[in-house]
Design a protein around this ligand. Structure first.
Ligand code: AKB
Length: 331
């Protein structure tokens, strides 16, 4: 009954000819700024509201609407959804894998309580909601090479546990209340203009800064640790394509997406094509154990088959563009 009621309301409220108004939480993280840029080009500057608890730069404020939003404050979120007449919510606020292990209570509050707030809000106001998941939602018992869309998920980090919870709760709300929940499981994302923070895959971004700045890089993972990765342009495009699909085009609500898989040794070789005198040492720390429990190769064949997902960047293509983008900064 609930579902029928919701569906009926949705058809009354739907405004398919108008651009959606979109709220991005955790907008100042690695993915938010780039995503806002693409969505603003597509749907209009004022239709994309960025939010975070951080003080924004001048560029962020000039690029379009930016407001303070604490995802732990339900009333504040509710007020924003009503005031800006939000249709889609993109929920990026989260503590990543390595930093989550340093502060488990905070990770539980942000990643789980915060998620409960946005899910409830999306249900109440019939929002289309996107919550990213991750390769970190798998664990040592999952098949690791390749890791299929549907398999055992017993993650060993609080980040992974919170992401599995998000996947399951979103799918439950979809099934029970007709909520338009959408979720992509991302691999490590590599970007030049915004940095990741507190993840296990961050070494694959740091290497570019250190290689160009000092010609030296110390890697916190062993040379043969294989992990799935993706260049940010591919990651953001997968998200935009996925969000634009009509609900009836989705056979499921959670998909693996990826572009490549490499080890530290392999990315070092690729970077050395540009920085031949790069020297690398290896000093594995607690992040090694996390990486050893994650997928090595991610199987995204269902996203490819069901909504034509196709990445454009392989390892060398990604390295070329990263070096081009960052070289001027260190010259
Ligand atoms: C992390 O390393 O925690 C993230 C992820 C793969 O989800 N980059």
């Amino acid at each position: 009954n609930n579902q029928l009621h919701l569906r009926r309301n949705q058809s009354v409220l739907a405004t398919p000819d108008e651009n959606p108004r979109i709220l991005i939480t955790g907008g100042l993280g690695q993915l938010g700024t780039g995503l806002a840029k693409i969505l603003r080009e597509k749907y209009g500057k004022d239709n994309v509201i960025m939010s975070d608890i951080l003080k924004p730069s001048k560029e962020v404020v000039e690029a379009g609407p930016y407001i303070f939003a604490d995802i732990l404050d339900f009333k504040c979120l509710q007020e924003m959804v009503v005031t800006y007449r939000i249709d889609w919510l993109i929920h990026f606020s989260a503590l990543l894998s390595a930093v989550g292990e340093q502060n488990v209570p905070l990770a539980i509050r942000v990643n789980i309580e915060g998620l409960h707030n946005v899910m409830e809000l999306a249900k109440q106001y019939r929002l289309r909601i996107f919550v990213p998941s991750t390769i970190g939602a798998f664990g040592p018992e999952s098949p690791r090479n390749p890791t299929p869309n549907l398999t055992i998920q017993r993650p060993k980090t609080i980040y992974g546990v919170s992401k599995v919870h998000g996947e399951l709760l979103g799918e439950y709300y979809h099934h029970k209340f007709g909520l338009d929940f959408r979720c992509l499981r991302f691999p490590g994302v590599i970007s030049s203009d915004t940095n990741p923070g507190g993840g296990t895959t961050d070494y694959a971004v740091q290497i570019f800064h250190d290689a160009l700045k000092t010609r030296q890089f110390q890697c916190y993972l062993k040379p043969d640790t294989r992990l799935p990765m993706m260049y940010i342009t591919d990651a953001l495009r997968s998200l935009c394509e996925f969000m634009a699909l009509p609900p009836e085009a989705l056979k499921q609500r959670t998909y693996n997406v990826t572009a490549m898989s490499f080890t530290p040794e392999e990315i070092v070789r690729s970077v050395q094509r540009h920085v031949p005198d790069l020297k690398v040492t290896y000093a594995p720390d607690s992040r090694q154990q996390i990486a050893d429990s994650w997928p090595q190769v991610f199987d995204d064949s269902e996203a490819r088959a069901e909504w034509n997902w196709k990445p454009q960047y392989d390892i060398d293509g990604m390295v070329d563009i990263m070096v081009d983008a960052l070289r001027p900064k260190y010259q």
